[in-house]
Design a protein around this ligand. Sequence first.
Ligand code: TYD
Length: 142
Amino acid sequence: MTTRGALDDRVGLLPLTEIHDSRGALVVAEIYKLCGFAAKRFYFLYAATSDRGAHAHKALRQVMIALAGRVEITVDSGAERKTFVLDSPGQALTIKPVIWRDIKMGEGAVLGVLASEPYDEADYIRDYDEFLAYVGENAAAD
Ligand code: TYD
């Protein structure tokens, strides 16, 4: 796995297809076309009372969509850090593996997450120093 490289190659915002008519709005996310994986899992965060995230994944790929409200997601490759603001269901943030993320949920926000794999706690890195070591080991092996 290549973990070296620009953050922009590993994380990005994608526009979703929005269909508006007199009844309201419908948003389509054709995940397999946008991201090259078929989602095996969907979950969502809501009623947040504190920050979330604070972990990276070794292999999992994800697509995040603010279904309601405003969500700030700071992504970190170990070398670069960037904050994305999701405040519309018409955009999705894609995150490849080995990216640390910190998530700040605004009041009333709902964050939907499509994930490439089933839940597996062994795929998580929940300690930031461990994350940096993992990035270093994998970059050395590139
Ligand atoms: P976690 O991924 O730490 O949430 P966040 O990134 O929002 O901080 O998950 C919180 C808890 O939920 C943790 O105990 C693992 C569990 N969980 C599952 O059992 N299945 C899942 O699909 C997910 C995403 C989490």
